[in-house]
Design a protein around this ligand. Structure first.
Ligand code: CMP
Length: 146
């Protein structure tokens, strides 16, 4: 199915890899439906990653995500959620280097925390995070059918 997902270029990748990542996104057949560069506040980063609240790395994650600008993207493609996750590779770049050496994280990430990119984990999260970052109403007919 045609899908959209939320993708983030994180602060560690913004200076050196933003342009290259954007080019690869387009070359892989994604359409960039929306794009904005923003510095997250602490409150926004905590809300964005609320699913990870309580984990041992949560404070570090929030601090890292606020340390400079991020690029926020809405990407559209067939199976966009999975396709973007495949393009990112596994969360941990050491694992990514083994299993997905061409992935963005294998090439650009420096640690499991500073891992260059983020992607929504499923369609529901994608719509929720798009709404949160871009301030839209969810318009997906299927997810509203109850
Ligand atoms: P992301 O895919 O954005 O989802 C949650 C983020 O938390 C993850 O990428 C990493 O930036 C970070 N993260 C996940 N696991 C760990 C960990 N074990 N140690 C430090 N940071 C982590």
């Amino acid at each position: 199915p045609m899908q959209r997902t939320l993708a983030v270029i994180k602060p560690d990748a913004m200076e050196e890899h933003k342009e290259g990542i954007l080019e690869e996104i387009q070359a892989t057949g994604f359409t960039v439906a929306q794009l904005k560069e923003t510095v997250l506040s602490k409150e926004m980063a905590e809300e964005f990653y609320k699913e990870h609240r309580g984990k041992p790395f949560f404070e570090q994650l929030v601090e890292f995500m606020c340390r400079g600008p991020c690029t926020m993207l809405v990407l559209t493609k067939e199976n966009a959620v999975e396709e973007w996750r495949a393009m990112m590779g596994p969360t941990d770049p050491e694992q990514a280097k083994v299993t997905s050496p061409n992935s963005l994280r294998a090439r650009f990430a420096s640690s499991i925390l500073h891992n260059s990119v983020h992607g929504a984990s499923n369609e529901q999260h994608a719509e929720e995070k798009i709404g949160f970052i871009f301030g839209e109403i969810c318009t997906d007919a299927e997810s509203n059918s109850d």
